[in-house]
Design a protein around this ligand. Structure first.
Ligand SMILES: Cc1cc2nc3c(=O)[nH]c(=O)nc-3n(C[C@H](O)[C@H](O)[C@H](O)COP(=O)(O)OP(=O)(O)OC[C@H]3O[C@@H](n4cnc5c(N)ncnc54)[C@H](O)[C@@H]3O)c2cc1C
Length: 466
């Protein structure tokens, strides 16, 4: 059996960038393992559906899920919006205990993107004078606006970039084991043994980067290995779909604006997330429930803009398990939707009645996701979450008139798990020596940038320890 210096579990941005950093520093005896397929084999029916503008189905329920799993990770079919801001995509500043170090890592990431051919034109640098004006309007709505510089790759370039990175790793001798599920990880002598459905892998160091689809697995493995973790928060809410012209004045200045506010009723944090100008709402099928998300394409446009409104929920004693709580919410919503996401006109939500297809058809906003069930989001999400979302929509309408139009559409559930968060040092080493973690699955990031940077940090940690 070949013994590797490093085994990386998960070939999403965290795993891929970790592999890059190791190879760039001469560590080539490494294996990258992913349960999903290789980048070229991750055919997703969603893409053909979008391309043919039929938008009739949401997910074929592939196993493993080709949208979330496989080389390139969950972000492969995304709009590839890479935020170049240390306060977005994770808690880099608190992980590195320094704003300037976090900024330095962002610059490093951007250089790697450039090295692998990400075009200069993909950079979106908001005009600071116009940003000031929007910050003022946000303040009037009692909110804070973050306007990050961003690389906007688009789905096509996101795929191409991943392909170039993978080609480089392969050419450097990295073994990439796709369609290989890691079932368990155990300490073995001075390293680790990884039991997979294709046999055992041995490695001196391990980086676990399993992403959101592997978050529950990570939590389980952590318990068995004795990795100390703390409960992570849960972000739950809805995806709003509105006419593009409502959001255009803001997104023409800031590509992916982040607006954060605390609600008057509960003092809960609500934030906008993943704005997709002229994009599409999509469904993501998980084990036992379905959730919504949004994408946008460079070439294919809708007449709508979609964005998530997420409420941060942190549970305390006796139930700290936000993953379980979130799953229950998502399962309830899925049950109410008969296995599909729910859709509701905002006006129906505000007046406390369910939507029906005939009401949806009367809306001036045409849904980009049709494999949904018209219903009552107010029945599916906790009262507190709905109250927070409604307040946020109404306050944001001051900033963006038309956002609270009763014609707008609301999809649910939109849910982001951060699962348990591993306790790590600044090199992403867990409380188990030689075991490193990175990315969304270990609760360390919430986006491509944060995942990639924690991957790079984990690789540097491995380099120090080898
Ligand atoms: C539709 C969509 C759109 C998005 N858009 C954006 C965006 O525009 N910008 C942005 O910053 N973020 C976006 N995100 C989020 C972004 O994709 C994630 O934050 C990022 O991919 C996290 O990277 P990761 O490497 O931590 O995990 P992932 O990308 O989830 O990768 C983890 C990998 O680990 C593998 N894995 C898990 N468990 C195992 C196991 N036991 N054995 C073997 N392999 C395993 C999985 O198959 C997966 O390929 C989007 C996500 C989705 C789903």
């Amino acid at each position: 059996m070949r013994r590797f210096d490093v085994a990386i579990v998960g070939a999403g941005p965290a795993g891929l960038f970790a592999a890059y950093e190791l190879v760039a520093h001469g560590v080539k005896n490494l294996i990258l393992v992913d349960a999903g397929r290789d980048v070229g084999r991750r055919y997703c029916p969603l893409l053909s559906v979008h391309a043919s503008r039929e938008l009739g189905i949401s997910c074929a329920g592939c196993k493993p899920c080709n949208v979330l799993q496989g080389v390139g990770g969950a972000g492969l079919f995304s709009s590839g919006a890479i935020n170049l801001h240390p306060q977005i995509g994770g808690d880099l500043v608190s992980i590195l205990k320094s704003y300037s170090k976090a900024e330095e890592m962002i610059r490093y990431l951007d250089n790697v993107l450039a090295k692998f051919g990400v075009p200069e034109e993909s950079l979106r640098l908001p005009n600071q004078e116009l940003v000031k004006e929007w910050e003022r309007r946000a303040a009037k709505a009692g909110a804070k606006l973050i306007a990050p510089a961003q690389r906007r790759l688009g789905t096509e370039e996101s795929l191409e970039f991943t392909r170039r990175l993978v080609d480089y790793l392969t050419a450097e001798g990295v073994k990439i084991a796709t369609e290989t599920l890691v079932m368990s990880v155990e300490s073995a002598g001075e390293g680790f043994g990884l039991a997979t459905d294709r046999g055992t892998i041995e490695a001196r160091r391990v980086i676990l980067a399993p992403g959101r689809s592997g978050a529950a697995w990570f939590s389980e493995i952590s318990k068995k290995l004795g990795v100390r973790t703390v409960p992570g928060p849960l972000d739950v809410g809805v995806r709003l779909e509105i006419p593009d012209y409502v959001m255009d004045p803001l997104v023409s200045v800031i590509d992916d604006p982040k607006v954060i506010m605390y609600t008057k009723t509960y003092d809960d944090k609500v934030r906008t997330f993943c704005v997709n100008p002229r994009g599409f709402v999509i469904a993501e099928r998980y084990n036992g429930y379905v959730a919504v998300n949004g994408v946008s394409y460079r070439g294919l446009k809708s007449r709508n803009t979609n964005l998530a409104l997420l409420v941060t929920v942190q549970l305390t004693d006796p139930l700290e398990d936000t993953v379980e709580y979130g799953r229950q919410i998502a399962m309830t919503a899925t049950k109410l939707g008969g296995g599909k996401p729910l859709i509701q006109r905002l006006g129906d939500l505000l007046s406390g009645r369910r939507s029906t297809w005939s009401r949806i058809e009367r809306s001036s906003v045409e849904p980009t996701l049709r494999d949904v069930t018209p219903g009552d989001v107010g029945m599916a999400l906790p009262y507190r979450v709905v109250t927070d979302v409604v307040e946020a929509v109404e306050r944001l309408d001051d900033m963006l008139p038309g956002l609270a139009s009763p014609q707008n559409l609301v999809y649910a559930p939109e849910i982001k798990f951060y699962s348990v968060r591993a306790i790590v040092d600044e090199w992403m080493q867990t409380t188990v020596e030689g075991l490193f973690v990175a990315g969304d699955g270990a609760g360390l990031s919430r986006g491509i940038n944060g995942a990639a940077i924690t991957g790079i940090l984990a690789a540097r940690g491995v380099l120090r320890s080898l």
